[in-house]
Write a protein that binds this ligand. Structure first.
Ligand code: SF4
Length: 213
């Protein structure tokens, strides 16, 4: 536990303790309101707290994520990351990329298929995540989103015992957003070397459990 010069818990430690308790609660809306109140109380920017929490979650789950085989992972992209002229079709899971090549999702989609990821989704909103978990039962998720959506998504994952790694958008908003696709690619490829050896030994081809992306 980090302490200030008088031996008291630091502001970050207090915040993190509060956020850990918060993450165990179920109602996301109540949580975000609590978070906003917390931010006001400490006189800090709400996004700073969110970023801290999301960073903490990435660190906490890094090793477990790396030990999770590719075929037990899924990837979630936000629909706002698509190019404005995106030609993707919609289905029950969100958008289905048709490889027009106007954004980086197509490249990640093909990489994930090659590695044997269980599925990749371009979601219209967070509400479909519970349905995805029920259908695909992933052990780990890579979530690409803004700070707030990653925070909320992390809470859903926590509830379902799913390990997460997030990559934050570099340009937020509800339209024409952006992310460092190299960072996403690095996260998609990342795996413990012993798991990779097993994976290469048993790999018989690439597939997805269902027809998603
Ligand atoms: S690459 Fe896929 S997701 Fe990106 S704009 Fe084209 S169809 Fe849409």
């Amino acid at each position: 536990m980090s302490e200030d010069s008088k031996g008291n818990p630091s502001k970050n430690t207090i915040l993190m303790g509060f956020l850990r308790k918060l993450s165990q609660q179920k109602q996301a809306q109540v949580l975000t309101i609590s978070l906003e109140k917390l931010a006001t109380r400490f006189g800090v920017d709400e996004t700073e707290i969110l970023a801290l929490f999301n960073q903490m979650k990435n660190e906490a789950y890094k090793d477990t994520f790396l030990s999770t085989p590719y075929n037990e992972r899924i990837i979630l992209f936000p629909q706002c990351l698509r190019n404005p002229d995106c030609e993707a079709k919609q289905d029950e899971w969100g958008y289905k990329c048709v490889d027009c090549g106007r954004c980086g999702i197509s490249r990640i989609k093909n990489l994930a298929k090659e590695l044997g990821y269980a599925a990749l989704f371009i979601v219209r909103g967070g509400s479909v995540i519970e349905k995805i978990f029920a259908e695909f039962n992933p052990k780990a998720v890579i979530g690409v989103a803004c700070n707030k959506e990653v925070f909320l998504g992390n809470l859903v994952c926590e509830k379902h015992g799913v390990v997460t790694q997030s990559v934050l958008l570099t340009k937020e908003g509800c339209y024409n957003t952006d992310v460092n696709f190299k960072q996403v690619e690095k996260c998609v490829k990342a795996i413990d070397s012993s798991i990779l050896e097993e994976h290469n030994e048993t790999k018989e081809g690439t597939h997805t459990k269902k027809d998603t992306n």
